[in-house]
Ligand binder design. Structure first.
Ligand SMILES: [Zn+2]
Ligand SMILES: [Zn+2]
Length: 202
């Protein structure tokens, strides 16, 4: 969405001009204006962050097949692990089942109810989420569910850690993936963009 980014960048620079104007009107004994200034600078900061965010980060949603693939890999399972565990199609050789699973994850082959039940026994995923994503794939007016972009965990299907379940670090990133699956360089960039980190720094 280049138009949206351009519009946001323009808003940020317009706010920047207002900040300069406000700064010029602020005298040393003003108490409210410096607070307003801080909020304005924070607003500029946030608009700039939104303007530079990857364009698909909010509007992107997974297909049903991609959702299953994300959940499978989050459980550390290969296609062959799942193919070996699946007994739904016993007449198929394991390597054929593996290919067939790959096609399901690529949304080439539709998944049957029996397949979904069998996959659900191999690893956890949320049936409501799967139904929502299937509805979106059918262009039904359904809100995209909130999913972690790395492991596709969700509110009802959160990652289990040693002490507690995961929480949201970003809109589409859970705390478990932030801690375990994000590179150190990306962690620094994400932490710098988080509101709490910036409030502390300000
Ligand atoms: Zn995650
Ligand atoms: Zn998680």
């Amino acid at each position: 969405m280049p138009d949206r980014r351009l519009a946001l960048t323009n808003i940020a620079s317009a706010l920047q001009q207002q900040a300069a104007a406000l700064q010029a009107l602020t005298s040393p004994h003003d108490s409210d204006l410096p607070i307003g200034m801080r909020l304005l600078l924070d607003a500029i900061d946030r608009v700039n962050v939104a303007a530079s965010a990857p364009p698909q980060s909010r509007d992107h949603h997974m297909t049903p097949g991609a959702y299953l693939k994300h959940r499978r890999t989050a459980h550390g399972l290969s296609i062959h692990d799942v193919a070996a565990a699946l007994a739904t199609e016993p007449r198929l050789a394991e390597h054929v089942r593996a290919e067939w699973l790959e096609q399901i994850e690529a949304d080439i082959v539709p998944m049957s109810f029996n397949t979904i039940v069998a996959l659900r026994r191999a690893f956890t995923f949320d049936l409501d989420i799967l139904a929502q994503l299937a509805a979106i794939a059918m262009h039904l007016p359904v809100e995209p569910p909130r999913l972690c972009r790395i492991c596709a965990c969700s509110e009802a299907d959160a990652c289990l850690g040693h002490h507690s379940v995961c929480s949201w670090t970003e809109h589409d990133l859970c705390s478990a993936c932030f801690a375990l699956r994000v590179t150190p360089a990306d962690r620094v960039a994400i932490a710098a963009a988080l509101p709490s980190a910036r409030d502390v720094a300000a």
